[in-house]
Design a binder for this molecule. Structure first.
Ligand SMILES: *Cc1c(COP(=O)(O)O)cnc(C)c1O
Length: 453
């Protein structure tokens, strides 16, 4: 150990990585060597060689250990909102605002005019109000929490604790991991009152179930599955009408939370936040990092009295969003207000003309002939439990792998300095460029040319 630490090359490393890190890494490198000797893998001659290689091994280990665990990757899967890959990317403008607000102090909860305590929620509130007003929605307030799962949990706790919430059996969903409506309901202290059947629920089913304990009618968007065939469910407006008649608010867990007309992007039958508010729901909950294209957040928009009740609930404090989130959210909302949709990376990818994706795929395929690269029409999925089965037409470069097969090639792409995440289909590796920003095309071409089969 002493000998290794006194080595000239290792002495130099101490300056770069710190003495403690060098000592830790040296311990690991030496113990690996001892294990190899014990297994009889290193003889005396090898030991001479190993001695020379130890400093290099140490250097490698230090470099590895100094890397952050979170790494930038290139998403060539064609899944636009990929929860495993961090959902919506943020624009440089948004990141610049985050940097400006968080490298120093800010007026997060400080009213600059009055010189006294303010509310962090104001920062998002005003922008949402302006955006809603533009779509003919007056009098809707918005509160921000950590994510949409938190928003649903909080809304149920604040508006229905101890009372009943009526939900269709066709909407008792699980959204990724452990977000299950019945479980969230139980945790919130509200009592689930199921109505209808898996495939068919009528407005009359809700009406029959209403009693003096009913606090909410809950509608849950089927974000990640579809029910097809012999199906029925009431229009949102029918539920709202029933709720008005009975004096019970309708809450909708919309999930994806689009703030643009999705039909204009070629996505049918996918409601946005304005649609829900226009239909008259009292409260709609949605994510910040799905179709909205902003940071992870849970948004609750609706009637001022309800949003106020929610913001005063003790859980609101426990689930609150931080200053990075507010900074990212307001910068994103400002892009919407300026109607600069291409500033929002997710919308830019969705709005890219098919011909443009095709042209980029052709250019990439042309520079990697050794993979017998071919242009392939694909469907880029919206994903992320945002819009079940919905997709946008796209193109991919299909790479024919060498003898090791497609999975081995996909693995090598993941091992690159900036890992490339591809899709494997029918023993070919597909790179769908709809989810790759054009600025990354040059890098893709360069690394593919560097790979040998
Ligand atoms: C995605 C989704 C959620 C969970 O939202 P997170 O922001 O991931 O917490 C809840 N409900 C619906 C309908 C969803 O689509």
């Amino acid at each position: 150990m002493d000998e290794l630490l006194r080595h000239d090359a290792v002495q130099a490393l101490s300056g770069a990585y710190g003495r403690a890190s060098v000592t830790e890494a040296a311990r690991v490198v030496l113990s690996d060597l001892r294990a190899a000797i014990a297994r009889g893998e290193v003889d005396d001659a090898g030991l001479e060689g190993a001695r020379d290689g130890l400093a290099a091994a140490l250097c490698n280990k230090l470099e590895q250990d100094a890397q952050c665990s979170l790494r930038r990757v290139i998403n060539a899967t064609g899944v636009l909102i990929h929860t495993n890959l961090g959902r919506s990317p943020l624009s440089p403008k948004v990141v610049q605002h985050i940097a400006e607000i968080t490298t120093g102090y800010s007026n997060l909860e400080f009213d600059l005019e009055k010189g006294e305590r303010g509310s962090r929620n104001q920062h998002a509130q005003n922008l949402f109000e302006r955006l809603f007003a533009r779509h003919g929605i007056q009098e809707a307030r918005t509160a921000v929490v950590n994510n949409n799962a938190a928003a649903v949990m909080l809304a149920l706790a604040a508006l229905a604790e101890g009372g009943e919430v009526i939900v269709s059996r066709g909407e008792l969903v699980e959204i990724g991991g452990s977000f299950r409506i019945p479980d969230i309901m139980a945790r919130s202290g509200a009592i689930l009152h199921e109505v209808g059947t898996t495939n068919r629920t009528r407005v009359g089913d809700y009406e029959q179930a209403i009693n003096e304990r009913t606090k909410l009618l809950l509608r849950v968007h089927r974000s990640n599955f579809e029910i097809v065939g012999f199906t029925e469910r009431p229009e949102l407006s029918e539920l709202v009408e029933l709720g008005r008649r009975k004096g019970i608010p309708v809450m909708e867990d919309l999930g994806s939370g689009a703030l643009v007309d999705l039909l204009e992007l070629g996505i049918r039958d996918e409601p946005n936040v304005y649609d829900s508010l226009h239909a008259g729901v009292a409260l709609v909950t949605y994510s910040g990092d799905k179709l909205l294209g902003g940071p992870q957040a849970g948004l609750l928009s609706g009637e001022p009295a309800l949003v106020q009740k929610i913001a005063k609930h003790p859980l609101f404090r426990a689930l609150r969003a931080d200053k990075l989130c507010y900074a990212a959210l307001e910068a994103t909302l400002l892009s919407y207000l300026r109607e600069e949709y291409d500033e929002i990376p997710l919308l830019r990818m969705m709005r890219t003309p098919l011909a443009e994706v095709r042209r980029r795929c052709e250019a990439l395929a042309a520079v990697v002939p050794e993979f017998a690269a071919e242009l392939l029409p694909t469907e880029a999925m919206i994903g992320g439990g945002a819009a079940a089965g919905k997709s946008l037409p796209s193109f991919a470069v299909a790479l024919l792998p060498g003898a090791d097969g497609a999975n081995a090639l996909a693995r090598r792409l993941r091992e690159l300095a900036v890992p490339v995440i591809a899709r494997v289909e029918q023993d070919r590796v597909l790179l769908d460029l709809r989810t790759v920003p054009p600025e990354e095309d040059a890098y893709l071409a360069q690394v593919l040319r560097g790979l040998t089969l």
